[in-house]
Design a protein around this ligand. Structure first.
Ligand SMILES: [Zn+2]
Ligand SMILES: [Zn+2]
Length: 320
């Protein structure tokens, strides 16, 4: 299961109701901050997420509305909050600009307040844990080295509790070992093999995030059949020419991509102040009904085939 919390959903400049691009994608204990527009740290506080375990930042591209928040975030880590490691992943062009921002403006010769790594990525797997991966793929926008990110759970065999119950396997470490593929010996001497309590192989949940992008034709190969596609919709079709000029998508284009690529749920973000949300939504839903327009602090849980909006529980202690 992946959880996504939108922290900023506005395009280019903030609006009264929308902050600049940023979202957190959570899988188990891992948190990925995807983009970090100006004002992100306040959104992190307001969302109740806090700063802990925000060790991985994935940058889609180097435009200012996606990176300026890194300066403030780092400044806060210098004085008020602690984190032992911060890895910022991005293309070379984005990292050059982030390097200038962090080392030229924020630090100016001071040591980073944590083990800080700027990690240059290329298309391919950038993160590989026991049960999920994150893959970067190229997207076409203004400037080189723009990336989308695909979060994928690995194929797994589900644990079948009814079978475990029938075999009278007590809860606890025995079941854990079976889930991780190890045979166990129970206290009564019986040996149980994982095959006895695991079901058929099941593909994992897949979620794709695409930041700013000007063309959909090359995206299908990377995002086809995902459970959720999060993608920008900066313009509406009436201004398709302007969308093309600035290398952004219209809501219609985003919906066309979803409809033609077997995508299950579409979440639009990077919304311009020039439109009403319901108009953007309406344009997309005409082509792909299973669309929502994200608002700041919207939270979705994504499981295989399923995307559920949840009420976010705000924590009073911001450092949790
Ligand atoms: Zn942008
Ligand atoms: Zn951009």
């Amino acid at each position: 299961m992946f959880e996504i919390i939108f922290l900023g959903t506005s395009a280019s400049a903030p609006s009264v109701h929308r902050g600049l691009s940023s979202q957190v994608i959570i899988h188990d204990e891992f948190r990925f901050l995807v983009d970090c527009g100006e004002g992100t740290q306040r959104q992190i506080l307001q969302s109740g997420l806090g700063f802990k375990r925000l060790n991985h930042v994935l940058i889609t591209h180097g435009h200012l509305d996606h990176i300026l928040g890194l300066a403030g975030l780092l400044s806060t880590f210098m004085r008020w909050e602690t984190i032992d490691k911060l890895e910022i992943f991005g293309g070379q062009w984005a990292l050059d600009r982030i390097n200038d921002l962090i080392y030229g403006i924020v630090l100016r010769g001071a040591k980073p307040p944590m083990d800080l790594q700027l990690v240059q990525i290329k298309a391919g797997t950038i993160f590989d844990d026991d049960d999920f991966t994150v893959t970067a793929f190229p997207v076409w926008h203004r400037g080189p080295d723009c990336f989308g990110y695909l979060f994928e759970e690995k194929t797994h065999r589900p644990f079948l509790p009814e079978k475990a119950d029938a075999l009278e396997i007590p809860p606890g470490p025995w079941r854990r070992d079976l889930v991780s593929g190890k045979a166990i010996t129970l206290q009564d001497g019986r040996v149980i093999h994982p095959d006895q309590v695991l079901g058929e192989k099941r593909p994992g949940t897949r979620l794709a995030h695409v930041g700013d992008v000007g063309r959909i034709d090359e995206l299908a190969q990377f995002v086809h059949d995902v459970d959720v596609l999060i993608i920008e919709a900066t313009y509406m079709h009436a201004e398709a020419e302007m969308a093309e000029q600035f290398a952004h998508l219209t809501a219609r284009q985003a919906a066309e991509l979803a409809a033609s690529s077997g995508i299950k749920h579409l979440i639009l973000t990077h919304i311009s102040r020039r439109y009403r949300e319901r108009d953007v939504l309406g344009e997309a839903q005409e082509i792909f009904p299973n669309t929502v327009v994200a608002r700041d602090f919207d939270t979705f849980q994504v499981r295989r085939g399923e995307c559920v909006k949840v009420e976010q529980v705000k924590e009073s202690n911001s450092t949790k």
